[in-house]
Every structure is written in structure tokens, then in C-alpha cells.
Design a protein around this ligand. Structure first.
Ligand code: NI
Length: 519
């Protein structure tokens, strides 16, 4: 009698346990299939179809002034011309400002015998694609100017008809003339709410102070959002189909807030959007969106030939015995990288690419090709920041974002880091878990855009050397076929960095300049 309930409890507990075990497996399986999906969606990859990266770097006055720019190149020459024009203005401004800063630097040195350390210019321009279809292209150019110690950020929106090459304004999105009034009203509401997030009445000594602050704030927001086109000329379309409006520094808030952006879901604007835009951004059916994706013109792609790659170079090179040299390329991928990859493949040469995350994101197909064709891919930061100047958060972003991106693009684990400008210090070294790869041969190909000069300097390389080059300059790339012939004639084998120094020597916090100089 007394045994029966016990048995019942036993079986009930057993049943519950089994259910838990089953649920655990179902959940786990489900969870795993979810995380195995590539983190970059198809939309993100196709967004960059037919877009290549043009990059240029310049250092002036003993590196006191630095320029680093990139801009998109598309299939439409008219679009390209507009973007080149904007970029050329930015470069000219840099050259002028750098000259002024240098003049001040030299005069100050003459007068006081001291160095004016902040007398320098740093100009950085990069871009991203916000939206792309077969018909439209929406880019953003981000410009950073730092002069004499103070920096400023700007965003330029460029909206194009991809076929005619005509530049379009925000007005093109809407069918109603009232769109500026609607945007003004919605922006005001969002900005008012936003400004209250960081402040409350208790921050003020007296209620009257709070009211005064409110009045000032309202006035600034109202002025900055007056329904005029120039107040709304910086905009993006987010992947979630929000209209993102970007307000300049000081436009709708204090300078300390910098550039302020707000999001308005396109669905909230449905009644003023043009029919075409409604259709395009698919505030409607799913199948149509699928069609749209396919309409994006495809870049001609030659399928990477895996078999050929496996069969070539059948003799394994051992750099402890054989004479080796490592060819490295920085600042790509760029519009010229695929041509370089063709040359390397034809000559059965393995190299190492130190890529920028920002460009890798756009030319994901090029990164995939590097990995498939057996090259090393290293990290050169996300957008070419001097790593010594960053706080912990900034440093983590520059390195992790880039490595994660490469691993999601090409299923490849990044093990090498080359800091922008080759700049590092002890503090930086102590924070890194990858080796810093520097170089022993520098052809200064960024300075001398001359094939013959660059070729002569690189051809000096001897066994164990690491050659620095940039796959962003056509002059450099045109020197590579002859460089390969010259160095092969000296009995040198081209290998990746990991083959040159050996996987076992790739330790965090070390600095590697050539095969034998490992510090
Ligand atoms: Ni670089």
C-alpha cells in the first residue's frame, strides 16, 4: 500500500526528466543550425555587387600630415566622376591645410626652438553603400578632418539613378510636396525625446533653469529642422528600411553631441512616399524583394579554380632550408586587387594581404578569393586608424571587427596584424594577441608612383626579407610580374608570412620585420 505512491512519483519524475532531456536536444539542435548561418546576409553581400574600392594614401612633412581616402567605383562613369570630384576637393584641401600647418611648424621651431606637436593635418575619407538596386545607388562619404589638434566629422549622402548617372535629391523619394513639413515634424518629436534621455529636471538647480534650457533646446531643434531641403540633405536607408536623417554637428544640438542621426521607419512615411519607392523598399510583398535582389548587376566572376590550386606547387617549400621571401600588400582590397591576384596565380606565387575591414566588407568576393587561392590574410585595422591613439574600446573595435568580418566572409582565422603606418609602442604591444608584422624592404610605392623605381627597390630583396607594397596603386601592381622574375632568378621562393616565419613563431606581442628578426 505504501509503496504504490512512491513508484508513481518515481515514474512521474522519470518522465519529467526524459522530457527535459528531449527538450534540451531539440533546443540545442535548433540553436546550432541558427548560429551556423553565415552572419552576413545575402542582402548585405549583393548590396556591394559591382562596387569596387579606390584607395589612396599620402604622407607629407616627415609624416606630420596624413591623408587616407577611399571612394567607391561603380559601373557608371558619370557616378564615378561626381565622387572623384568630391574626393579630389578633399585631397586639395588636405594639401593646402598641410602646407599651412607645416609653415606654422617651421616658423615656430625657428622662433622658439620647440616643436609645435599639434601642427599637423590628418584627413580621412571613407564610404559605405547604404542602398543599392539595379536602378538606384545610395552612398555615404564620411570625411574626418583634424587640423592643429581639433577634429570634425562630416557625412555626404550621394543618391544616384544608377542607369542615367543623374544625382538625385531626397525629394525623389516622395510624391507629396508636403514631405519636408512631415519630416520636420517627425524629426522634431524624435529629437525632443532624444534630448531628454540624457538630462532630467533634477540636473538643474531651479525649475526656471530647466525651463530656460527647454526653450533654448526647442529653438535650436526648430531652426535645424526648418522644412528646407538643405536641412535634410544627409540621409541613409538602413537595412531595416528606416529613413535615417543625419544632422550636422551643431545643427540640432550642442557641439558636444557631434553628428546626430535619427531613424524614421519608411512604413511611417508610406502615405507620402512615391509609388516607385514604396515598391522598391518593399513595404510590400516578400517575393518582389527576391526579384529585386536578383536584378542587381553581377560582377563578372571567374570561378576560383580549386583543383588547379591544389595541384600546383607540389614541391613543399621549407623556409628553414630553402631561400624564401614574403611579398605583402597593405590597404586593400581595392579595384586593382583582382588583377594582382591573377598575376600571382599565373606565377604560382603566394603572398600576404593586410586588409582594411571597411574595404573587405565591400569587396567580400576578393577576400574569399585570397583565401581560396592560398594567400595569408592579415588585419590592417578597420579604417586605418593610428592604433597608438585609440582607447581600449576603439582598439578592440578596429581589430575585432576586421578579424570577425574576414572570418565571416571567407571562413578564415586571422593570425597576423600590421598596424597602420607601421606605428606601435610598448603599450599597444602588451594589449595584442597577434604578432605585429612589419617589413624589411620598403619601396615607398605610395610616394613614388613609378613602376620602374618601385620595381628597382623591391628587386633588392634577399632571402628572409618581408617586402611592403600596396595593392591600391596600379604602378605597384604593374611592377609585380617583373619583380617575380627577378627574385625567382635569385633563387628565392615566394611564401606567405606564416610559411616564412613558421606558425610556431606567430605569438601575440612580438614584432616581426623579417625571417630572422623576431623581437
Ligand atoms: Ni596602410
Amino acid at each position: 500500500m505504501s509503496k504504490e505512491p512512491k513508484i508513481n512519483i518515481f515514474y512521474t519524475l522519470l518522465a519529467i526528466l526524459l522530457i527535459f532531456i528531449a527538450a534540451y536536444f531539440v533546443y540545442n539542435n535548433f540553436f546550432q543550425t541558427k548560429t551556423e548561418e553565415p552572419s552576413l546576409s545575402i542582402v548585405e553581400r549583393t548590396k556591394y555587387d559591382n562596387i569596387r574600392v579606390y584607395t589612396q594614401e599620402n604622407k607629407l612633412n616627415d609624416d606630420r600630415s596624413l591623408l587616407h581616402i577611399s571612394y567607391p567605383i561603380s559601373e557608371n562613369d558619370d557616378v564615378n566622376r561626381v565622387i572623384e570630384g568630391i574626393s579630389q576637393d578633399f585631397i586639395s584641401e588636405f594639401e593646402r591645410v598641410a602646407r599651412e600647418q607645416e609653415e606654422f611648424y617651421q616658423n615656430y621651431k625657428k622662433d622658439t626652438g620647440q616643436e609645435a606637436v599639434s601642427s599637423r593635418a590628418e584627413y580621412v575619407q571613407h564610404f559605405d553603400v547604404s542602398f543599392a538596386s539595379s536602378k538606384y545607388l545610395l552612398f555615404h562619404i564620411y570625411q574626418y578632418r583634424s587640423t592643429g589638434g581639433t577634429g570634425s566629422d562630416d557625412v555626404i549622402s550621394l543618391f544616384f539613378d544608377r542607369q542615367s548617372g543623374k544625382r538625385l535629391s531626397l525629394a525623389y523619394l516622395f510624391s507629396s510636396d508636403k514631405y519636408l513639413e512631415v519630416l520636420a515634424e517627425k524629426s522634431r518629436k524624435i529629437l525632443e525625446e532624444k534630448s531628454l534621455e540624457s538630462i532630467s529636471m533634477s540636473d538643474f538647480e531651479k525649475e526656471s533653469h530647466y525651463e530656460e534650457w527647454l526653450k533654448m533646446r526647442d529653438e535650436q531643434i526648430r531652426e535645424g529642422t526648418e522644412p528646407r531641403l538643405e536641412n535634410f540633405n544627409s540621409f541613409e536607408i538602413s537595412d531595416e528600411n528606416d529613413l535615417v536623417i543625419i544632422f550636422d554637428k551643431y545643427q540640432v544640438g550642442p557641439g558636444s553631441d557631434g553628428v546626430i542621426s535619427i531613424k524614421i521607419p519608411l512604413t511611417d512615411l508610406a502615405d507620402i512616399l512615391s509609388e516607385e519607392m514604396k515598391d522598391l523598399f518593399n513595404i510590400v510583398e516578400e517575393e518582389k524583394q527576391e526579384e529585386k535582389k536578383e536584378e542587381i548587376p553581377k560582377v563578372e566572376e571567374s570561378e576560383p579554380d580549386l583543383e588547379a590550386d591544389k595541384n600546383s606547387g607540389n614541391k613543399k617549400i621549407n623556409c628553414r632550408v630553402d631561400k624564401c621571401v614574403a611579398l605583402t600588400f597593405d590597404d586593400g582590397p581595392s579595384v586593382y586587387t583582382d588583377e594582382l591576384l591573377d598575376i600571382l596565380k599565373e606565377n604560382d606565387v603566394k603572398a600576404t594581404f593586410f586588409v582594411l575591414g571597411r574595404s573587405a566588407k565591400i569587396q567580400g568576393d576578393t577576400i574569399e578569393r585570397m583565401v581560396i587561392e592560398g594567400h595569408d590574410v592579415g588585419n590592417h585595422s578597420f579604417d586605418h586608424k593610428d592604433l597608438r591613439t585609440l582607447n581600449e574600446e576603439g582598439l578592440a573595435f578596429q581589430i575585432k571587427e576586421t578579424s570577425d568580418l574576414i572570418s565571416s566572409l571567407a571562413n578564415y582565422k586571422v593570425k597576423l596584424l600590421r598596424p597602420p603606418y607601421g606605428a606601435y609602442n610598448e603599450d599597444l604591444l602588451s594589449k595584442l594577441d597577434m604578432p605585429l608584422i612589419l617589413w624589411s624592404i620598403d619601396p615607398e610605392d605610395w610616394k613614388d608612383r613609378d613602376r620602374d623605381i618601385v620595381l628597382a627597390r623591391m628587386s633588392e630583396a634577399r632571402a628572409g626579407d618581408i617586402i611592403l607594397a600596396h595593392d591600391i596603386y596600379p604602378t605597384t601592381i604593374s611592377a609585380i610580374p617583373e619583380l617575380i622574375r627577378n627574385l625567382k632568378a635569385k633563387g628565392l621562393n615566394f611564401v606567405s608570412i606564416s610559411d616564412l616565419v613558421g606558425e610556431e613563431n606567430l605569438k601575440g606581442g612580438t614584432v616581426i620585420r623579417n625571417q630572422s628578426i623576431i623581437l
